[in-house]
Design a protein around this ligand. Structure first.
Ligand SMILES: NC(=O)c1ccc[n+]([C@@H]2O[C@H](COP(=O)([O-])OP(=O)(O)OC[C@H]3O[C@@H](n4cnc5c(N)ncnc54)[C@H](O)[C@@H]3O)[C@@H](O)[C@H]2O)c1
Ligand SMILES: [Zn+2]
Length: 694
């Protein structure tokens, strides 16, 4: 289930469906409830919140019935989690840990003890929120970070508002970092006040409970809706003090994003390359255009999940910032962050992390986020939209208060979080890199795309064939995740179309690192039968197409300023003359020489340009379907299904060449493996003496 978000004022529908829930066991009902809670980002942010059920199960050791706490484990997201996302713990052992608890200063040590409570050898690690579920004396417990509830929880008078809105049905606990201690407090409050349906956690979110899964879910939705309705009825008419400026036209906003994103990326990618995300959704524009933007943005976000993703505060940038203005704004942000780190650090704090901003707010234009990969950048953006919703709600009925700086720091540099970061796998070779591949929906192009995505790159497939593009996108989305790949329908022979596709790539991912010129056709005709139309077609797609794509990419790489890799897919025929295909051969030869000229100009900028020459890649290639295949078979005087063997025997190595073989050569030239190579030609043709380079 992929999460969605509707207007902040609209009431949440109940998604509970008795038919879908019937026949499910208790863990199944818990999973069902979790997935429908996570389906709306207004109920909880991505990866935020957790759910639990106390279920009677058979103890594998004794065979006797025993109470087991099923609770969402560490990692994952409510909306998309599966049954294996839950940790399972002996409930009596977990609550028995109170005897081992030495007090607030030592609460982090309790996390390691959760493992000793594991039921049935379940490998899913229990999260730090586990005691908040375990100590509540109710069967079913939900914890969500609903925007409307956090708006109340992040208001100056949060406790009074909670009482006023929920009429004594919800308790209130002031902000405290979640952990064992907060679990004990929450449990006591629930136990001592049987009339309560839940508790609002100051500056954080909501806990709710019920006797059955359905009752618990419905209570959560009802409480969130009460908050939504109350805010709508009691809020000021003008959010954020009203508009200070108007949004620019949509087209202009994208142009500015395309200019600013590579410029920011160049300045913040010193330690590792970053990937960007841009949004100009209405709620974002309302905030960035508002009078209160700078005041509210400076207060920082409130829910603890938020600033782990977004950093304590965003950076507000003017849309016409030039290089000098960007330099100074970014340097000031870094200095500010370093000062915050120095003020708040403790003797055992981890070292300061990347001091650059994650969130960039641009009045009249929208919001840009940068992170180590696309999903993280997109999620940071979604989190900041949650934060905007919280600030809108809180500041319209009260005064919004961010989390105290030291508290924010304690979460950001929590040793338990640091341990999680240390456990993350090493980034892949092309992590943080963006590649544009023309002809990306074709046989060789899609093999290149898969190779580069497999190494962690984000890929834009640019192709004229919309149908092939759509089916490749669907397939790649499943294999590599939707964030890793986008498509651009374009024609390499049209300057405007190439410029637009390049801009889409830059706005889609924040910049560009790898350009693969690959879109092509094949044609054959005896020289005297070569029509001007056929000649021009070859020149347009293979010559001009490579020129336009390379030029657009080159400009971005130059502007961005940290070099890049361009790879041209030419052909054996660029090296070896071939009878009956003069237009094709001449255009392919032009590509090779264009690559060399570009290598010369690009070298001082760190832009490397290399060529890969395929030959006779029949499998997967659309060129090798239909007419071309028939012609080749006829001219070789064989059946179509014998062609592959003909080409195999023609090669020196007597082997077939596959799209994956070409992709391997491209990967070499696209990655740092070939950092010291430019102006080069690599034949991937199973050996052809005529094509030997000299
Ligand atoms: N397959 C081979 O044997 C072979 C041999 C030597 C060179 N090549 C070269 O490899 C490249 C890829 O070929 P392939 O075998 O994967 O063929 P393919 O037909 O499978 O892929 C080529 C892709 O380019 C796209 N394309 C064509 N014209 C376009 C345009 N004007 N704008 C945007 N996209 C356009 C097509 O829609 C197609 O998806 C070509 O440049 C080709 O000349 C292929
Ligand atoms: Zn929480």
């Amino acid at each position: 289930m992929s999460a969605t978000r509707q207007g902040h004022n609209a009431l949440l529908p109940s998604l509970w469906d008795d038919a879908a829930a019937s026949g499910l066991d208790e863990p199944g009902l818990l999973l069902y409830r979790s997935n429908i809670l996570g389906a709306d980002l207004r109920v909880t942010n991505f990866g935020g919140g957790n759910t639990s059920a106390k279920v009677t199960d058979k103890d594998p050791l004794t065979g006797a019935p025993v109470e087991v706490l099923w609770v969402k484990g560490s990692g994952g997201d409510l909306g998309s989690m599966k049954r294996d996302g839950f940790a399972t713990l002996y409930q009596d052992k977990l609550v028995g840990l109170e005897r081992a608890y030495r007090g607030l200063e030592h609460e982090d040590e309790m996390v390691a003890l959760f493992n000793h409570c594991t039921f049935n050898l379940n490998p899913r690690a229990a999260s730090i929120d586990t005691p908040l579920h375990g100590f509540v004396p109710h069967k079913h417990v939900d914890h969500v970070h609903a925007d409307a509830v956090i708006a109340i929880a992040a208001s100056e008078n949060a406790e009074t508002l909670t009482r006023e809105i929920f009429g004594g049905k919800l308790g209130f606990l002031p902000w405290q970092r979640p952990g064992f201690d907060l679990g004990l407090k929450l449990g006591r409050m629930a136990g001592d006040n049987p009339q309560l349906e839940g508790v609002v956690l100051g500056g954080h979110g909501l806990f709710t409970w019920g006797a059955t899964a359905k009752q618990c879910y419905e209570t959560t939705i009802r409480v969130v809706n009460q908050a939504v309705a109350w805010l709508a009825a009691n809020g000021k008419e003008k959010a954020f003090g009203g508009a200070a400026v108007e949004a620019l036209p949509a087209e202009r906003r994208r142009e500015i994003a395309a200019r600013l994103m590579p410029a920011i990326r160049a300045r913040i990618s010193t330690a590792e390359r970053k990937i960007g995300h841009f949004t100009d959704a209405p709620e974002v524009l309302e905030f960035v255009n508002s009078r209160d933007l700078r005041t509210l943005a400076a207060l920082g976000t409130s829910c603890p999940d938020h600033f782990l993703r977004t950093k304590i505060r965003p950076l507000v940038l003017s849309h016409d910032a030039d290089a000098a203005a960007l330099d100074s704004a970014l340097a000031a942000y870094r200095a500010d962050y370093a000062a915050y780190f120095e003020r708040c650090k403790r003797p055992d704090s981890p070292a300061m992390r990347d001091p650059n901003a994650v969130v960039y707010l641009i009045p009249e234009v929208g919001m840009i986020t940068f992170a180590k990969d696309k999903a993280t950048a997109r999620i940071a953006s979604e989190f900041y939209v949650n934060a905007i919703n919280v600030m809108r709600g809180a500041s319209s009925v009260s005064k919004y208060v961010g989390l105290a700086e030291q508290e924010a720091f304690n979460i950001e540099y929590w040793l338990l979080e640091e341990a999680k970061l240390q456990r993350m796998p090493k980034p892949k070779a092309l992590a943080g890199r963006v590649a544009l591949i023309t002809g990306g929906a074709g046989g060789i192009g899609s093999a290149i795309a898969a190779r580069l995505m497999g190494e962690g790159a984000c890929v834009v497939l640019a192709d004229i064939d919309r149908a092939s593009l759509d089916s490749r996108l669907a397939d790649f989305g499943k294999r590599f995740g939707k964030d890793a790949v986008t498509g651009a329908a374009m024609d390499v022979t049209s300057e405007a179309s190439v410029e637009a596709a390049t801009r889409d790539a830059v706005v889609g991912y924040g910049g560009l690192d790898i350009v693969v010129c690959n879109a092509g056709i094949a044609s054959a005709a005896a020289f005297e039968d070569t029509s001007l139309e056929l000649w021009n077609r070859n020149m347009a797609i293979l010559g001009t197409g490579y020129f336009l794509t390379a030029r657009a990419g080159y400009r971005v790489l130059k502007e961005q300023g940290f070099g890049g890799a361009m790879v041209f897919i030419a052909s054996k025929n660029a090296m070896a003359a071939s009878a009956g295909a003069s237009a094709y051969c001449a255009a392919k030869a032009a590509e090779v020489h264009l690559a060399r000229c570009l290598a010369l100009e690009g070298a001082p900028l760190g832009i490397r340009v290399n060529t890969v020459n395929p030959d006779a890649v029949l499998r997967g290639s659309k060129i090798w379907q239909g007419e071309w295949r028939q012609q080749r078979a006829a001219s070789n005087k064989v059946d179509e299904d014998e062609l592959e063997e003909v080409y195999r025997q023609r090669s020196l190595l007597k082997r077939s060449v596959y799209p994956e073989d070409i992709a391997e050569g491209v990967y070499f030239f696209a990655s740092d493996l070939s950092a010291k190579s430019t102006g080069n030609i690599l034949n991937v043709d199973a050996g052809n003496a005529q094509a030997f380079t000299r």
